[in-house]
Design a protein around this ligand. Structure first.
Ligand code: BTN
Length: 244
C-alpha cells in the first residue's frame, strides 16, 4: 500500500520526504501553535536522534514520526507518555509474534528491538508542560544492525503507511485511556507485557552498573530493582544485557 495514511479524527498529517529530525520539525510546529495530534512523518531523516544523544539511523524503509501532544500536566507526569506510546507500538505487532516492553520505553519483538521512543517536552508556565513531542521510530521494512546497537533489531513487516495508520490509531486510543483512567491502568498494562518479576537485570547508571532482579514499576514509572544491597528505585538509566 502506498496511499496516504488515514489518521484518527481531528489529527493532522505533515508528510515529508526527508528532514533532519521529525522531532525538531514537530517542536517548531508546536512552538508555532500546532494542535495536539499533529503528526510529522518523514520517509527518511538525515539527523535522526535517539535517547542519550545517540544517532538513530533513518534511511527510507522504516517509520519515523513525531506526534505533538498537549497533555496539560507536569513534566513528571509527561514521562508517563513514554509508556503509553510503547504500549501503542506493542498494539500493532501482529499476533503470533512475542512482544515485550522493556524499561523505560523500548519495544522488543521476538527478542529484537523493533521501536525506539524519544519524548521531548517544552515547559510552560506554572510547572505544566507546554507540549510534548513523542518521536517514534519503528523498524518496518528492515532491522538496522549497527556496531553501536546493544540488541539485535527486529522488523514489523508490511508497509510504512499501514504502520503509521495503525500506530496513530493505537496511540489515540491509549492516550484517551490514560486521560480517563490515569497512569495506574497504563502501569498494569505495561507490567503485563514486561519481563517476569524476579528476572535478572543489569542497569547502567552513568558509570555505575547495578545488578539485580526486576521488581516492577512504581507509580511514577521508575524501575524497581531488588539488589544484593537492598531494594532500589531507578528513575533514569539504561537496561543492559541480561534484561528481563
Ligand atoms: C531510542 O533511542 O531508542 C529512541 C529513538 C527515537 C527515534 C525517533 S525516529 C522519529 C523521531 N525523530 C528523531 O530524531 N528521533 C525519533
Amino acid at each position: 500500500m502506498s496511499s496516504t495514511p488515514v489518521l484518527p479524527d481531528g489529527w493532522t498529517l505533515v508528510a515529508l520526504d526527508s528532514v533532519g529530525s521529525t522531532n525538531d520539525e514537530a517542536a517548531h510546529l508546536a512552538d508555532a501553535g500546532a494542535a495536539e495530534g499533529t503528526v510529522v512523518w518523514a520517509r527518511q531523516q538525515t539527523g535522526g536522534r535517539g535517547r542519550r544523544g545517540r544517532h538513530w539511523a533513518s534511511p527510507a524503509g522504516n517509520l519515523y514520526s513525531s506526534t505533538i501532544l498537549r497533555p496539560d500536566c507536569t513534566a513528571l507526569h509527561a514521562t508517563e507518555l513514554g509508556f503509553v506510546a510503547a504500549l501503542a507500538v506493542s498494539d500493532i505487532v501482529p499476533a503470533g509474534r512475542e512482544v515485550k516492553v522493556k524499561w523505560p520505553n523500548d519495544v522488543m519483538v521476538d527478542g529484537g528491538k523493533i521501536a525506539g521512543i524519544l519524548l521531548e517536552s517544552s515547559l510552560g508556565q506554572g510547572g505544566l508542560v507546554e507540549h510534548v513531542v513523542a518521536g517514534i521510530g519503528i523498524n518496518v521494512g528492515f532491522a538496522p544492525q549497527l556496531p553501536e546497537m546493544r540488541y539485535p533489531g527486529a522488523a514489523l513487516g508490511g508497509s510504512v503507511e499501514v504502520a503509521l495508520e495503525k500506530f496513530t490509531h493505537a496511540l489515540a486510543a491509549r492516550l484517551a485511556k490514560w486521560r480517563r483512567e490515569g497512569f495506574e491502568t497504563v502501569r498494569e498494562a505495561w507490567l503485563a507485557k514486561a519481563g517476569p518479576i524476579g528476572a535478572k537485570v543489569d542497569v547502567k547508571l552513568g558509570e555505575e552498573l547495578v545488578r539485580g532482579r526486576f521488581a516492577g514499576l512504581d507509580h511514577e514509572g521508575a524501575l524497581l530493582l531488588d539488589t544484593p544491597a537492598g531494594p532500589r528505585k531507578i528513575v533514569s538509566g539504561e537496561l543492559l544485557g541480561r534484561a528481563a
